[in-house]
Design a protein around this ligand. Structure first.
Ligand SMILES: NC(=O)C1=CN([C@@H]2O[C@H](COP(=O)(O)OP(=O)(O)OC[C@H]3O[C@@H](n4cnc5c(N)ncnc54)[C@H](O)[C@@H]3O)[C@@H](O)[C@H]2O)C=CC1
Ligand SMILES: O=C(CO)COP(=O)(O)O
Length: 341
C-alpha cells in the first residue's frame, strides 16, 4: 500500500513512522511543506522540532517543498493523509482537488469563520470544508485518543476511522491497524469530528481547574458535563448520540483533559498561572486547536440553540473577559437543573 502523509508535525510524523514500520506491505512518504525541513529530516533521520528522540525508520521516504512532486506522489498513492492543523486543510485540499485517491485528515477543530459578513458566517468542520473545496474527493477522518509521542514509541493505542465511504474506511484500517494500533471503523464522521474538536476546548477548562487546584471532584464534573455539551452540539449538527461514548468522544476527552502531554490542557494550566492567551500559545510552540476553535463552537451552538456553559466560560477566559476565579464562580453560580436536560 502506498501512503503519503502531508504535514510533518508531531502527529503526521508519528503516524508515518508507525506505518513505515511495516515495510513488507507499506511504502510511506512523509511530505513537509518546507523543503529545508525535509532535507533536515533526511540528514538527521529525526524530527527534532516536533517529535524529538524518535528515529525515523530508514524505509520512510522524506520529501518536501515542491508542489509538483507532491501532486505526483499523491496521484500514485492508495491513501493520502492530511496531517496539518485545521488551518492547513483548506489550502491542502485545494491543491489536491483533481486527485481521486482516498484521503483522510487528522485535524481536530473548527475553522474560524472565513467571512463574518456572509449570511451564514460560521466556521466549518473539516468535512464541511471538504464539501466546499473538493466535493469529489473520497474522504474521511482518523481520530481518537492518541498522543503522537506514545504512538511513535509503539505504545498501545486505539483510533477511529470515520467516513461515509466504505472504501475510505477500509483504506485507513489497512494503512494503520497493526500490533500496537487498533483502528475501529465508523460511518458517523460528523460525530467523530465534533468529539475531536470540542474536547480541545474542554481540555482548556480542565487544565484551568487543575491549575487552580480545584480538586478531583471538579475535574470529574467538568469532564462529565463537558461530554454532555459535546453530545448536545453533535446531535444538533446531525451526529449519532452513541458516537460520543466512543473513542473520539469520551475516550479523547478523558485523554486530553487529564494527560499533561496535551497542548490544550497546558493552555488551561498556563491561564491558571496568570498567563494571557497569547503568552500561553507562544510558550507551547505547537498548535493548540481549542484556542482557535472555541469561538466557532460557541457561534454554532448559539445558532442551533444549544446550551454550552463550559465552552462559554472558556471563550470569555481566552478573550480576557473573565479571570480564572470568575469563570469558576460563573459556572458554579448557575441555576439548578435536571442532569439529563
Ligand atoms: N499531536 C498529537 O498528539 C495529535 C494531534 N492531532 C491533531 O492533528 C493536527 C496536527 O497536529 P500536530 O501534528 O500535533 O501539530 P504540530 O504543531 O506538531 O505540527 C503542525 C504541522 O503542520 C504543518 N502545516 C501547517 N500548515 C500546513 C500546510 N498548509 N501544508 C502543509 N503543512 C502544514 C506545520 O508546518 C507543522 O509541521 C491538529 O489538528 C491536532 O489537533 C490529533 C491527534 C494527536
Ligand atoms: O488530540 C490529541 C490527543 O488525542 C492531542 O491533544 P492536544 O492537541 O491537546 O495535545
Amino acid at each position: 500500500m502506498k501512503i503519503i502523509v502531508i504535514g510533518a508535525g508531531a502527529w503526521g510524523t508519528a503516524l508515518a513512522v508507525n506505518a513505515a514500520r511495516n515495510p513488507a506491505t507499506h511504502q510511506v512518504v512523509l511530505w513537509a511543506r518546507d523543503g529545508a525541513q525535509a532535507e533536515a529530516l533526511e540528514r538527521t533521520r529525526e524530527n527534532a522540532r516536533y517529535l524529538p528522540g524518535i528515529p525515523l525508520p530508514r524505509e520512510l521516504a522524506l520529501r518536501g517543498g515542491d508542489v509538483a512532486t507532491l501532486l505526483d506522489a499523491a496521484a500514485q498513492a492508495d491513501l493520502i493523509i492530511v496531517a496539518t492543523p485545521v488551518a492547513g486543510l483548506r489550502p491542502t485540499l485545494a491543491l489536491l482537488q483533481g486527485v481521486r485517491v482516498p484521503l483522510a485528515w487528522l485535524c481536530k477543530g473548527f475553522e474560524p469563520a472565513q467571512d463574518p459578513t456572509a449570511p451564514r458566517p460560521f466556521g466549518l468542520l473539516p468535512h464541511e470544508i471538504a464539501r466546499q473545496v473538493a466535493p469529489e474527493l473520497p474522504a474521511g477522518v482518523l481520530s481518537g485518543p492518541s498522543f503522537a509521542q506514545e504512538v511513535a514509541r509503539g505504545q498501545p493505542t486505539a483510533l477511529v476511522a470515520a467516513s461515509r465511504s466504505p472504501a475510505v474506511r477500509r483504506a485507513m484500517v489497512e494503512a494503520f491497524h497493526g500490533p500496537t494500533l487498533r483502528v475501529y471503523a465508523s460511518d458517523d464522521w460528523v460525530g467523530v469530528e465534533v468529539g475531536g474538536a470540542v474536547k480541545n476546548v474542554l481540555a482548556i477548562a480542565t487544565g484551568l481547574a487543575d491549575g487552580l487546584n480545584l480538586g478531583l471532584n471538579a475535574r470529574a464534573a467538568l469532564i462529565t458535563r463537558g461530554l454532555a455539551e459535546i453530545a448536545r452540539l453533535g446531535v444538533a449538527l446531525g451526529a449519532q448520540a452513541e458516537t460520543f461514548m466512543g473513542l473520539s468522544g469520551l475516550g479523547d476527552l478523558v485523554l486530553t483533559a487529564t494527560g499533561d502531554l496535551s497542548r490544550n490542557r497546558r493552555v488551561g494550566l498556563l491561564l491558571a498561572a496568570g498567563k494571557t492567551t497569547q503568552q500561553a500559545v507562544q510558550s507551547l510552540g505547537h498548535v493548540a486547536e481549542g484556542v482557535y476553535s472555541a469561538h466557532t463552537v460557541l457561534q454554532r451552538a448559539h445558532h442551533l440553540g444549544v446550551d454550552m456553559p463550559i465552552t462559554e466560560c472558556v471563550v470569555a477566559l481566552l478573550d480576557g473577559q473573565l479571570k480564572p476565579v470568575e469563570a469558576v464562580a460563573a459556572l458554579m453560580g448557575r441555576d439548578p437543573k435536571g442532569e439529563l436536560l
